[in-house]
Design a protein around this ligand. Sequence first.
Ligand code: NAD
Ligand code: TYD
Length: 356
Amino acid sequence: MRKLTNIMVTGGAGFIGANFINWLFKGTDFSGRIINFDKLTYAGNPESLKAVDETHGGERYFLVQGDICDRAKVEETLKAYDIDTIIHFAAESHVDRSIEGPEVFVQTNVMGTFTLLDAARHYWGDREGVLFHHVSTDEVYGSLGETGFFYETTPYDPRSAYSASKASSDHLVRSYYHTYGLPITLSNCSNNYGPLQFPEKLIPVIIENILNERNLPVYGDGKNIRDWLFVEDHNSAVWEIVNRGKTGESYNIGGENEWENIQLVHKLCELMAEKQGKDKDYFKKLITFVKDRPGHDRRYAINCDKLKNELGWKQSLDFAEGLNKTVDWYLENREWVERVQSGEYRKWMEINYSER
Ligand code: NAD
Ligand code: TYD
């Protein structure tokens, strides 16, 4: 078990990072400090951490607005908070955006990760008990046919600027371990879903469009397959790896829960119909097959036996429960959705938050 005291969480105002910080304070006995280092791009919303900020702000929780590409700011933060652990979530994360504008993906995901690694190496020197954990994706392995799984040993074969930039950052992380002995761990996870996800990814897009009775865009033939994992299960896996994972190793994390996109959209239509008191098939008329995403990976499926066998982790929620929780969260948090969509949350930040 590692001793983790002052953890810098990069990208902690994003979907997975915010869920991670909330869960850490609520669901674990972690007693140290969390320094959330986040640029607050369109995807970063400190309002997602309102409760933690109210209970622990200025004592055990700190938000530092900064860019991981800004070496001076990163160094200053490592020093000011005596950081011993970095859990690196910050990234540009949406494949569709990487098709429209790949440059920022290379900048943040490659150069940002490099900047963090190099700053950590210089700041930590030979210090013991430190760790750099890199959060990555199964998309680095490419696309599967109808059978087979991604293993930790599967060769990388990224196909979008997003996955190529994540693959590149994974290689840099491993290179810092082999070349400089920087203590690292790495995880590659499948598609996450749950509360606080920016409404540009499939599940929140479908929920929001059903609520507004807008078309439900399904790319191509709708038969692309993704493996879905509830976000808290991703985070509990990251926490296991950070605490007990073997230095220098990569771990796959997955839901073992494969669905075609069209099957998932049907499930969401039925669940929403039940909640809104409509006929089971009422919302399915909104399904619209649209032009396929260029370079659309056909199937992702992950083997996470290493994590299960070595660290005893397992998924805690089945898909029906997870989807139900997610849909309920979006129904109950209309203000959050409206504010991230309109950019209004930035005003909330100006009024309610000042960097401590
Ligand atoms: P997100 O887009 O919701 O959040 C990203 C966060 O990073 C935001 O808070 C943003 O403000 C911050 N950020 C972006 N650029 C930054 C920069 N230059 N400096 C500092 N902060 C910056 O992403 P997410 O879905 O929460 O994903 C988090 C991590 O998990 C990413 O590394 C992603 O590749 C990985 N991942 C995501 C999924 C998924 O399904 N969402 C699956 C596997 C792995
Ligand atoms: P997404 O949530 O963007 O995650 P990723 O591309 O990282 O897997 O997309 C999940 C799947 O859903 C993917 O196969 C693309 C598809 N998709 C749609 O069919 N319609 C949509 O509106 C979106 C956003 C995605």
